[in-house]
Design a protein around this ligand. Structure first.
Ligand code: NAI
Ligand code: 15L
Length: 273
């Protein structure tokens, strides 16, 4: 069951990219409650448009298509793209060219704010015994993380030069439940994801902001104090799953890079031919 909308704010038209994906399908009914029209796009086939919805199937690498996709849009929640380590060509088209097309279309169409699904993998080569915040230097753990770092820098350029605001969400692990001991640190519940996205859309001034997309997990290696202006207050915590997860995974190899680094198994992956 969906929670009551967290705010009375309402947008005439929001765009959700990546709407056919795991998080897109979760956010579709939730975001619908905050806008008059929710435009949904993906390269994959989407469920047909319901009341107050518009559906557009397109590749983010299609510059003209993305430009018309942003017509009449007030704000964008940009989830679309490759979401794991993949061959370079796929990452280049979806995450590099696609992000450029989105920001360039926003500039031309006068869209003022983008909530960008970045990733914890921008920071994957920081160690799990270190705490990082929004000012820590990026240390991507693969081409996927690097492409998200590019997206964050691109967003900063479009803020500095063109005044388009972005909140870059360095999402940890957003699934129904944490799946392993690392996710006890990185988990973001779907309800907190909604809170985070709505806070990012609603905060009066965001400029270019970076926030770690996590629930209130006591073992987190992320510090969100520099994103306080967003007013994001997580209400869930991975802690309630701790006993079950630790029973399932009692011992970790301390020499495994997946144990040592924040990016977990991503630090071991690739390059993928
Ligand atoms: P997902 O892979 O399920 O969804 C991504 C969607 O983007 C897919 O429906 C896919 O068809 C679409 N897409 C891929 N290439 C495209 C292209 N060239 N043009 C148009 N659409 C394209 O991923 P998920 O889990 O829903 O994540 C959503 C976003 O959040 C992604 O950007 C991902 O990188 C980011 N993220 C997700 C995390 C998680 O825990 N679920 C953690 C960190 C970041
Ligand atoms: C991500 O960036 C991925 O999109 C997601 O599938 C998870 O693997 C997540 O990071 C994670 O690190 O748990």
């Amino acid at each position: 069951m969906l929670a009551q909308p967290a705010t009375a704010l309402r947008w005439p038209r929001l765009l959700l990219t990546g709407a056919a994906g795991g998080l897109g399908r979760e956010l579709r009914p939730r975001l619908r409650r905050y806008c008059d029209v929710l435009r949904l796009s993906d390269i994959a086939v989407l469920e047909p448009a319901g009341e107050g919805e518009e559906v557009v199937q397109l590749d983010l690498a299609d510059a003209d298509g993305v430009r018309s996709l942003l017509t009449g849009v007030d704000a964008v929640v940009h989830l679309g793209g490759v979401s794991t380590e993949q061959p370079w060509a796929a990452i280049l088209g979806a995450n590099i060219v696609g992000a450029y097309n989105l920001y360039e279309a926003a500039r031309r169409q006068g869209v003022r704010r983008i909530v960008f699904a970045s990733s914890n993998h921008v920071m994957g080569f920081w160690r799990q015994d270190e705490v990082v915040d929004a000012q820590s230097l990026p240390r991507p753990d693969g081409l996927y993380g690097l492409s998200k770092a590019f997206g964050e820098d691109l967003a900063r350029l479009y803020w500095d030069k063109h005044g388009i605001e972005t909140v870059a969400l360095r999402i940890g692990s957003s699934f129904p439940e944490p799946r392993d001991r690392r996710m006890l640190k990185t988990w973001l519940s779907y309800d907190d994801l909604e809170r985070l996205v709505v806070a990012s859309l609603s905060a009066p001034v965001v400029g270019w902001s970076v926030v770690y997309g996590i629930s209130d997990n006591s073992a987190a290696f992320y510090d969100n104090r520099l994103a306080r202006h967003l007013g994001y207050r997580p209400r869930d915590s991975a802690d309630v799953f701790r006993d079950r997860i630790e029973a399932r995974q009692p011992v970790l190899d301390p020499n495994d890079p997946a144990t040592i680094y924040q990016g977990g198994a991503f630090v071991r992956t690739g390059p993928i031919e």
